[in-house]
Design a protein around this ligand. Structure first.
Ligand code: HEM
Ligand code: HEM
Length: 144
């Protein structure tokens, strides 16, 4: 079970990162142009949200069942002193929960914002910030 969830969290990571980057780039290009924020842009934002939420759900399950997390939670003092463990079970989850919240707010705001420019700009800021937070605590060495 653990290995299936870990594999899913590993491979869906690529899709989530790609969609977040796509949504951010769409937003950046759109905010300085006369482009119309159409259904394709709304859907990319929605797919970025769905994959990020899926990562959130898988990540919460990992925090409960991962042997790394279980050992860490058994002795939190020791876990906090070990950089690699602290990153995996504290920094990465905390940062990515914040990122998931930003993605959720960004998706909702991009739908509610008035005017194409505003919709693109909101997408760029919220999805871009979420992507930066995720990248700041991403275990690149495990991903590749
Ligand atoms: C721990 C797991 C999850 C949490 C805490 C969570 C939380 C949320 C929250 C707070 C919202 C915003 C609701 C609103 O607009 O008022 C939301 C919306 C949504 N979530 Fe999740 N979610 C989780 C997992 C998932 C998963 C696994 C999926 C899909 C595979 C998913 C798909 C969606 C979709 C499609 C929306 C609606 C977006 C929209 O309004 O356009 N979520 N979720
Ligand atoms: C889009 C956001 C996220 C991305 C791109 C991401 C990516 C990754 C990657 C690439 C790994 C390494 C997987 C491996 O060892 O093969 C990992 C591990 C982990 N992630 Fe995430 N993650 C995200 C969100 C989250 C969230 C929200 C949580 C918790 C709430 C979480 C909890 C964990 C944990 C606990 C591990 C370590 C599991 C272990 O080694 O046993 N992740 N994540």
């Amino acid at each position: 079970m653990y290995s299936i969830i870990l594999q899913a969290h590993h491979w869906i990571a690529f899709i989530a990162l790609a969609l977040l980057a796509y949504a951010t780039i769409n937003g950046a290009i759109g905010s300085n142009s006369e482009k119309v924020f159409d259904d394709s842009h709304r859907k990319i934002n929605l797919f970025a949200l769905i994959t990020t939420h899926t990562m959130l759900l898988l990540g919460i399950v990992l925090l409960i069942i991962s042997p790394v997390a279980q050992t860490a939670f058994a002795d939190m003092g020791a876990a906090m002193k070990d950089g690699a463990v602290r990153k995996a079970v504290v920094e990465h989850p905390t940062m990515n929960i914040i990122a998931a919240v930003l993605v959720t707010i960004g998706n909702a705001k991009s739908k509610k914002a008035v005017g194409n420019g505003r919709k693109f700009k909101v997408s760029m800021i919220f999805f871009g910030l979420a992507l930066l937070l995720i990248l700041s605590r991403l275990p690149f060495e495990k991903l590749f």
